[in-house]
Ligand binder design. Structure first.
Ligand code: EPZ
Length: 422
């Protein structure tokens, strides 16, 4: 497995172009299953998770064409409405094919995604909501076997999610577009990726109102058509590089990004002593104001709260801040795997259940580290950029799942990092 060798201590100066959002592109790709016409997506990042979903959709019979950041998907016929364990285990978002398959073909078999490094991550909310729309669902041999009544379509329903879930909201939003009658989703998740999905579905002919709010209404239609849509910028990639600039020092300009999608991070960075501003042309300039950052406290929450997908990176920042800060994780039960690895680099962190107390040290030390999920891995890269000496981050295939051209982007700003092929 490839490793990343990073020599710490160099400030970052330059421009970084932000790619399309992985977590917006994945559901949009699944939406292609809702129509026999072509869906053309622009600003699709080159990431392992995108390739894994392309492989899954192609396995079902979808044709795909990729030209730079444009991805065209055509689900003219879908002879195989099956998402096998082998393909789903590589990427949990594969479960997002369930709603579209059921809505258009009345049948789907999707492997249960199982647990993953950051927690158990069940799909009960997806399943019970689809059942409320008339789907008959059985869990057998590790698979979700789902079908609609023999006479046809899913039925519109009034669904109250017991908990906010990004994936369940997306799955149900897609399912409801082709259902018979009206569906109302209560306690829907508010993430911008959901609003982006709704915008694309609307271009395809879906009748949706209220996306981006807690109550979404969908009036089912008989068929959807093709459309062209540009994926929103990746707010987590943007936040990650903003934190990198804050930690390493220097001035970084983030291009093709949207600051309005990072409303929870901006005040936290400002409180920590970071200047983060949108220029007239929409670029975002980030630089640390003093020599050292101040400690801050954060709690992860569903959007518009502080994103769990930036928690590890923010914790890396706190390890070198002046003073002590707390990090409380409320979304996933096991998302502190970066803690022991950061401690190998000299970080001072105490974990109590879902909270971590981070006491800043003046300088981390390079070490051999390894992480078991995407955001934890990148937090180690950020720590390594400021550490004294060389850090080797093992198992970087996690990074390739979610960060496009990470070495090139950071390298162009003056970071010293090198990929070592296994
Ligand atoms: C999405 O995952 C993202 N993935 C995750 O990004 C992100 O961390 C997460 O939302 C939270 O923001 C994609 O968009 C592809 P959830 P998702 O359903 O949809 C519980 C990254 O690093 N839950 O909103 O799977 C669940 O266990 C990743 O890019 C149920 O209990 O997250 C969690 O505690 C990782 N039952 C909470 O809800 C269910 O049926 C929120 O999960 C579904 C979820």
């Amino acid at each position: 497995m490839d490793k990343l060798k990073i020599e710490g201590g160099y400030p970052l100066n330059g421009e970084i172009v932000i790619g399309g959002a992985k977590n917006a592109a994945l559901p949009l790709m699944c939406a292609a299953l809702l129509t026999e016409e072509s869906l053309v997506l622009d600003n699709v990042p080159h990431l392992q998770d995108i390739s894994s979903l392309i492989a899954l959709l192609e396995d079902m019979g979808v044709t795909t064409q990729r030209e730079e950041t444009r991805l065209t998907l055509t689900a003219k016929s879908v002879p195989r409405t099956l998402a096998s364990y082998d393909l789903v285990r590589k990427m949990r978002a594969s479960v997002l094919v369930l709603g579209p398959l059921l809505a258009r073909f009345g049948t789907a078999e999707v492997s249960l995604p199982g647990g993953c490094a950051i927690g158990t991550r069940p799909v009960d909310l997806h399943i019970s909501a689809l059942e409320q729309m008339g789907a008959e669902i059985e869990i057998r041999d590790g698979y979700i076997h789902a079908r609609t009544a023999p006479e046809g379509r899913l039925r519109g329903a009034e669904i109250v999610f017991a908990k906010k879930s990004v994936g369940a909201t997306e799955n149900l939003l897609m399912a409801a577009t082709l259902a018979e009658g009206k569906t109302v989703l209560h306690n829907a998740a508010l993430e911008p990726e959901i609003t982006d999905l709704a915008a694309c579905l609307t271009k395809m002919g879906a009748k949706i109102s209220g996306a981006g709010g807690e109550t979404i209404e969908i009036e089912g239609v008989e068929t959807l058509s093709g459309a062209a849509h540009t994926v929103i910028p990746d707010r987590i990639e943007t936040g990650t590089y903003a934190i990198a600039a804050a930690m390493a020092g220097g001035t970084v300009v983030l291009k093709n990004a949207r600051l309005d999608l990072l409303a929870a991070l901006v005040p936290v960075l400002q409180e920590a002593g970071v200047s983060i501003e949108e220029n007239e042309n929409g670029d975002i300039t980030v630089s640390r104001r003093g020599n050292r950052l101040n400690a801050v406290d954060i709690t992860t929450e569903p959007y518009p709260g502080f994103p769990t997908d930036l928690q590890a990176q923010l914790m890396a920042m706190l390890t070198v801040a002046d003073g002590a800060g707390t990090v409380r994780e409320t979304i996933f039960e096991n998302r502190f795997m970066h803690v022991p690895e950061l401690m190998r680099m000299g970080a001072d962190i105490t974990v109590h259940g879902s909270s971590a107390l981070v006491r800043g040290v003046t300088r981390l030390k390079g070490a051999e580290v390894m992480a078991t999920d995407l955001r934890a891995s990148v937090s180690l890269v950020l720590a390594a950029l400021t550490a004294n000496g060389t850090t080797t981050v093992n198992r970087i295939y996690h990074l390739d799942r979610g960060y496009e051209a990470l070495e090139a982007k950071l390298g162009a700003c003056g970071a010293k990092l090198e990929r070592i092929a296994a």
